[in-house]
Design a protein around this ligand. Sequence first.
Ligand SMILES: Cc1cc2nc3c(=O)[nH]c(=O)nc-3n(C[C@H](O)[C@H](O)[C@H](O)COP(=O)(O)OP(=O)(O)OC[C@H]3O[C@@H](n4cnc5c(N)ncnc54)[C@H](O)[C@@H]3O)c2cc1C
Length: 303
Amino acid sequence: MTAPERLVAQLEAAGEVRRAEPMSRHTTFGIGGPADIFVTVRSAAALARAATAAREAGAEIFVLGSGSNILVSDAGIRGVVLDNRSMAERDQGGARYLVESGVSFAAFARRMCRLGLDGLAWAAGIPGTLGGAVVYNAGAYGGCLADVLSRARILHRDGSDRWVDASELGLVYRGSALTRERFPGQAVLECELSLTPGDAAAITARVAEFDRRRLAAQPRGRNAGSMFKNPPESPAWKLIEAVGLRGARRGDAAISEKHCNFFTNEGAARAADVAALVGEAERRVRESFGVTLEREVAFVGAW
Ligand SMILES: Cc1cc2nc3c(=O)[nH]c(=O)nc-3n(C[C@H](O)[C@H](O)[C@H](O)COP(=O)(O)OP(=O)(O)OC[C@H]3O[C@@H](n4cnc5c(N)ncnc54)[C@H](O)[C@@H]3O)c2cc1C
């Protein structure tokens, strides 16, 4: 057996393996070339096993949540993509939950709200997994994950894992120790969330209000949410509008007419088209206002 065959055999023990899997099937943008090896894992233990096997074989790994905050290059991803569908959760009592990182964050948030557990009404419209929410400290309408996250179980490069207190995760506006490479190449396996008992009717009314605001402000269709973080000077969308890029197009990629910080795939956009528009927005905003826009969406793969 060759080394790559040995790796595939080990990965098959952890999940379903596909080769040359188009990443366009796994991103909300609907964009992205092939991943060399794509493994779907259905538990935190399988995620850890697959990540460790890949690392021991010297392969690069990329942990995929729902693909709602990434732009994957047209050339795709070399190495192993770990498609995280770990979804177990445990009620610890006292409004505390242990949740595996592949759980849909919005679905979990909505369920908690309906149960009358407060703390996640703001999250009910955010696509993605809980793991992705930890990485970016997902947030909206004045709330963010840091408000309810007690601790997370992190898989280290040597294959060991450890519970890390939320205070050690460096959670900031759309970032964490994981985005700042303090935990490079590591994976979030599981989280503990602490909620607060409240009134279900009042909480679900807040969810409905946030849904209404989101629907009114954001475009539908294929996108990855806000492309840039809001700089201190001004919301990113205002800067992009001010440099004349509302509705701009490159191939099938567009800057949304409805919300200039949303870049959309209007059909068969290539990653290169989106990247060209992103570069154009960055250049014009820098030249006009001296502001450097910082990307919120991660550019992934071989560029
Ligand atoms: C329409 C729309 C609206 C959005 N609105 C918001 C909003 O209001 N607020 C907000 O904060 N975000 C928003 N987003 C962005 C996105 O939903 C969040 O950033 C989300 O948390 C990303 O989760 P994901 O599972 O899709 O991550 P992915 O896009 O799959 O991955 C993003 C990054 O996180 C890493 N990652 C994912 N899971 C793990 C893990 N278990 N361990 C280690 N690394 C991991 C990946 O390797 C990658 O680098 C929006 C996106 C869309 C499409």
